[in-house]
Write a protein that binds this ligand. Structure first.
Ligand code: NAD
Length: 251
């Protein structure tokens, strides 16, 4: 089991879903954990449940990221693990993509991710690990996900370049591409429940392991990449998707 003792971890969007499960696991493995999120109420509640520190910051707002980094620096000095997890999923068909939706989704999933790294970089220790939460959507043509998929494909491209640039500092950076995972993210899309259930059933049928992933399963891979056990891994992407990315044409 990957030991994270004496490591300081920051998890953006740590009050829900994959971020929450990861905060719990990294703490169990010995890390000192800080979560951040947009809603003061939800961050406070999650931080209290998890027994970790919580700060408020919208990752799409650079001034809020500056404030977050200043708070973390004052609290811990520097960090060893940065889990760039905050993200949204806003489906829309091509032909109905609004500028507002584009800016919002790209602003969080891509710009927000890049500037999370950019702003934290001055307080990231040598030998640290950055993990970017992408998606297998980066490689699929799933209907209605053009902007979401592009935001994650852009993040994966960024991860590769960042890996070569950050290597001289001993900082590793990798990306995870989960398939569908049971989290509140789908309920936030505004899709009616019946449509969501149909989507889930159809998706499950296509996944070779015939189920959605669990947030705890993603957390275990994050914990590994965050640990010194992954000391030779940088610039990599990991599909963690029940096999859907090798989905056959016929199920
Ligand atoms: P979630 O909705 O439970 O969690 C997302 C978290 O990000 C929440 O805490 C939310 O408050 C936070 N967040 C959103 N916008 C933010 C902003 N502007 N500033 C700060 N925090 C913000 O969903 P999740 O499924 O746990 O999603 C986590 C990540 O996993 C996302 O990047 C998502 O794209 C990715 N992902 C999810 C799935 C899935 O099936 N659930 C699959 C692939 C990738």
């Amino acid at each position: 089991m990957s030991d994270l003792k004496n490591k300081v971890a920051v998890i953006t969007g740590g009050n829900s879903g994959i971020g929450y499960a990861t905060a719990k696991l990294l703490k169990q493995r010995g890390a000192s954990v800080i979560i951040s999120g947009r809603s003061e109420e939800r961050v406070k509640k999650a931080a209290a449940e998890l027994g970790v520190t919580g700060y408020i910051a919208d990752v799409s707002k650079l001034d809020q990221l500056d404030k977050l980094v200043a708070e973390v620096k004052a609290d811990k000095g520097s960090i060893d693990i940065l889990f760039v997890n905050a993200g949204i999923f806003t489906p829309a068909p091509i032909g109905q993509i609004s500028e507002e939706m584009f800016d919002h989704q790209m602003g969080i999933n891509f710009k927000g991710a890049i500037f999370t790294v950019e702003k934290f970089l001055p307080i990231i220790n040598e030998g640290a690990s950055i993990i970017n939460l992408s998606s297998i959507n980066a490689y699929t043509g799933m209907p209605n996900t053009a902007v979401y998929a592009a935001s994650k494909a852009a993040l994966n491209s960024y991860t590769r370049t960042a890996a070569t640039e950050l290597a001289p500092k001993g900082i590793r950076i990798n990306a995870l591409n989960p398939g569908p995972v049971e989290t509140p993210i789908f309920g936030k899309t505004g899709m009616p429940e019946e449509q969501l259930n149909q989507f889930a059933a159809a998706m499950q049928e296509r996944i070779p392991l015939k189920r959605f992933g669990k947030a705890e399963e993603i957390a275990k891979l994050v914990a590994f990449l965050a640990s010194d056990d992954a000391s030779f891994i940088t610039g990599s992407e990991y599909n963690i998707d029940g096999g859907i990315s090798v989905n056959p044409l016929l199920t």
